[in-house]
Design a protein around this ligand. Structure first.
Ligand code: PRP
Ligand code: MN
Ligand code: MG
Length: 181
């Protein structure tokens, strides 16, 4: 198949910018969780890259678990329906849970997840996302750690996909219109 780079229109963040920002957030998390060992909950599939990089940027112990939900299917628009595809294997009752996301767009996925996880009685529940779009701010979900607020454009890379592709692109970029046609 042709190179991914040929499908890229405009790079919003380079891998280096992403890594630098992630290091700052990891330092905050190390300090905020100095007295407890957080359980990082990654939201499959998009959060795989940020989870791997965030966890390894931490100096303190942490544990990791995964959930899978999907709201987008194969298109570029949120379907408005969150499907629950895989649950945690860890009992989070009494735990300090940090949900890790690649992007918050409408906030629909997270508001669903947060209410679901809160009902299981964690000691604390916070959210970290690498990217956030302005629409998410209209949603009531409180996000403690945000990498970058980005414009309302369809973007891929660093875990974000279009039709299952481009998750392995290291930066965050828009796609050339030819990709959609
Ligand atoms: C994407 C992204 C977030 C969610 C954000 O996941 O990874 O999880 O959408 O959108 P929202 O704030 O509008 O709910 P997607 O549903 O595409 O599944 P994926 O992670 O497997 O790509
Ligand atoms: Mn996702
Ligand atoms: Mg997706």
């Amino acid at each position: 198949t042709p190179d991914i780079a040929g499908d890229i229109a405009h790079e919003l963040y380079t891998p280096e910018q992403i890594a630098d920002r992630l290091a700052e957030i990891a330092a905050e998390i190390d300090s905020d969780y100095a007295d407890t060992e957080p359980l990082l909950v990654g939201v499959l599939n998009g959060a795989v890259m940020v989870m791997a990089d965030l966890a390894r940027a931490l100096k303190s112990h942490c544990q990791m678990d995964w959930m899978a939900v999907s709201s987008y299917g194969s298109g570029t628009q949120s379907s408005g329906v969150v499907r629950f595809l895989k649950d945690l294997t860890t009992d989070i009752s009494g735990r300090d849970v940090l949900v890790v996301e690649d992007i918050i767009d409408t906030g629909l996925t997270l508001s669903y997840l947060v209410s679901n996880l809160k009902s299981r009685g964690p000691n604390s529940l916070e959210i970290m996302t690498m990217f956030r779009k302005p629409e998410a701010l209209q949603n009531s979900v409180e996000v403690k750690y945000v990498g970058f607020d980005i414009p309302n454009e369809f973007v891929v890379g660093y875990g974000l996909d279009y039709d299952g592709r481009y998750r392995n692109y290291r930066g965050l970029s828009t796609l050339d219109p030819k990709v959609y046609s």
